[in-house]
Design a binder for this molecule. Structure first.
Ligand SMILES: [Zn+2]
Length: 241
């Protein structure tokens, strides 16, 4: 990929071959991994921050490349007004989840990937990037399962290496009685089924209603003549896509 990379440590890096180092200077060069990188491309500005001394440069590069490959497409498709200035923070904090997104900032928890052998799960940035595209106005009626379900639906559509990284939509129905409220991939497959079998464009409509703060459960009936629970019942009887 053709990235224009500006590093705040650029000046020091440039001088490296020209000057001799004290131990302190060498250690600061070795810690260059902690310097912010700013990548600007086609009007999008991505800042990469890191606090993980073990961060794989390949993982960092793959995440940045995937961001530039997919984020502009998602923005153009769903919300052209979404932010074009994004920060990705690589954090070595211990967590039980791979990443999260707040405002224009995505935090990727690197240990989650290395500890679980998920270094190839680069499309996580598609799901998190879509949370920035969502930029939903707060509305107590907007269900969390739908927010995450739409993000995973978009990951299914726009992800580049979902299958090869082991991320796939469920092949069988959730048997825990959670229905669509199981959220994430369970809800994503349900949305995909509705889009394919019941109402083309349902996800774009739901996404827009959530963004403008106008989502209510009545949307399902207005769009499909059925409640969300009736749709789920139909789905369980004809699960194929
Ligand atoms: Zn999410």
């Amino acid at each position: 990929m053709n990235f224009k990379i500006k590093k705040t440590g650029f000046f020091l890096t440039l001088l490296l071959p020209l000057i001799s180092f004290s131990q302190q200077e060498i250690s600061s060069v070795n810690n260059d991994i902690f310097k912010d990188s700013i990548i600007i491309k086609n009007g999008f500005r991505l800042t990469l921050k890191n606090n993980d001394p073990k961060l794989s440069q390949e993982f960092k590069k793959n995440i940045a490349e995937r961001f530039f490959l997919v984020y502009p497409k998602m923005l153009n498709h769903f919300n052209p007004k979404a932010t074009k200035t994004v920060t990705i923070i690589f954090s070595n904090e211990d967590t039980d989840h791979p990443a999260h997104a707040v405002n224009n900032e995505i935090t990727v928890f690197t240990k989650f990937f290395t500890n679980n052998g998920r270094e190839k799960d680069i499309d996580v940035i598609v799901h998190e990037g879509f949370h920035l595209v969502q930029a939903y106005r707060y509305n107590e009626n907007t269900p969390g399962w739908l927010v995450e379900g739409i993000a995973d639906y978009v990951r299914e559509i726009y992800g580049v290496s979902n299958e090869s990284s082991g991320w796939v939509l469920p092949k069988t129905l959730d048997d825990k009685g959670n229905k669509y409220k199981a959220s994430y991939r369970t809800a994503a497959r349900f949305l995909l089924w509705i889009d394919l079998k019941v109402k083309k464009g349902i996800v774009e409509t739901l996404d827009d209603k959530c963004r403008t703060g106008n989502y209510t459960d009545a949307v399902w009936e207005i769009e499909t003549s059925k409640t969300v629970d009736e749709l789920w019942d139909d789905y369980t009887k004809n699960y194929s896509l």
